[in-house]
Ligand binder design. Structure first.
Ligand code: BEZ
Ligand code: FE
Length: 313
């Protein structure tokens, strides 16, 4: 048995007289949405969606293809892969939303998108720890990362949380690759009394994003390559400060200007990763060449909030 609606919920929106009336009629039907922000968002969504349909004069076949595409985004999303997020990234929408929400001055280090592989379950390690848990392979280049976390006025921030995650030199995150040790190339660190942090890893490489699904089909149809510039992901947070989400790229990466998810949001994120072969690496077991990266992060005062993870279920 169904329940009849309350009288208050019956909003007569009318019947279209011309095809153009449909948009206003839908907006009228939704106009009693109680939550003001939800009303604002859905109203704008309907306006833009209807304008889009009109602009391209969407055919019924194209409409069904779009419905199937959205359905497949859901079907392809599993606990370790979020195809919906990857689609948003490949459309540049994730980067747009990130830019709209990070109120930072041009003097501050720039933010960059979170990406689909952030996890809040990564372990916390002591400073200096090596997050590369795999047996070293020929060609791996040890990377020593260090820097400082400060407030935007330069005050050092002790006990700030630096979270880092990145892909292997083969271009896969540990959650995409069963041959890597669990939690490989992921970790969290707390800054010391002077706001400093340091850790060891291996230098990441450029890599293709997952192309087994609908995002791969879209990139192919658009004659776009699926590569991301090599990068390390960071979130940096401290009590009383807005969390910074960013990525750091090697300056010499060939995909900086064609990153398939528009991740290089600002030139300041492309940095030197100097190579050394002095035999005097910070860890004595590193005898051959190694590289270093020095990156300082500055935070703006505000509410400290970590992002939600696209893969932690
Ligand atoms: C990544 O940074 O790993 C990534 C970002 C967007 C889509 C796919 C992967
Ligand atoms: Fe990434």
């Amino acid at each position: 048995m169904f329940e009849l609606p309350n009288e208050d919920d019956i909003v007569p929106h009318g019947i279209p007289q011309t095809p153009d009336d449909i948009t206003e009629i839908v907006l009228k039907a939704m106009s009693h949405t109680k939550d003001a922000r939800l009303r604002e968002i859905l109203t704008a969504l309907v306006r833009h969606l209807h304008a889009f349909g009109r602009e391209v004069k969407l055919s019924e076949e194209e409409f069904m293809a779009a419905i199937n595409a959205v359905t497949r985004l859901g079907h392809l999303t599993r606990d370790r892969h979020n195809e919906t997020m990857v689609m948003s990234d490949a459309l540049g929408f994730s980067t747009l939303v990130m830019i709209l929400n990070q109120e930072r001055t041009p003097e501050q280090i720039s933010p960059a998108l979170l990406g689909p592989f952030y996890s809040r379950k990564d372990p916390e390690y002591p400073l200096g720890f090596n997050i590369s848990r795999d047996t070293p392979k020929v060609g791996d280049i040890p990377l020593f990362v260090s820097g400082r976390v400060t407030s935007c006025d330069g005050t050092p921030l002790p006990d700030a949380l630096v979270e880092v995650w990145h892909a292997s030199p083969e271009g896969l995150y540990e959650n995409q690759d069963d041959s890597q040790p669990h939690l490989n190339l992921r970790g969290k660190f707390r800054t010391d009394g002077e706001g400093r942090y340091h850790f060891r890893t291996i230098r990441p490489a450029s890599y293709p994003i997952p192309t087994h699904g609908i995002v791969g089909e879209m990139l192919k149809a658009q004659s776009r390559h699926p590569f991301r510039a090599a990068h390390l992901h960071f979130t940096v947070s401290a009590e009383g400060y807005r969390t910074l989400v960013t990525q750091i790229f090697p300056k010499d990466d060939p995909f900086l200007e064609s990153d398939c998810v528009f991740g290089v949001t600002s030139a300041d994120l492309a940095m030197e990763f100097p190579m050394h072969d002095t035999g005097q690496a910070p860890d004595p077991d590193v005898r051959g060449r190694y590289c270093t990266l020095e990156v300082d992060f500055d935070l703006s005062p505000g509410v400290s909030r970590l992002p939600a993870s696209p893969i932690d279920s």
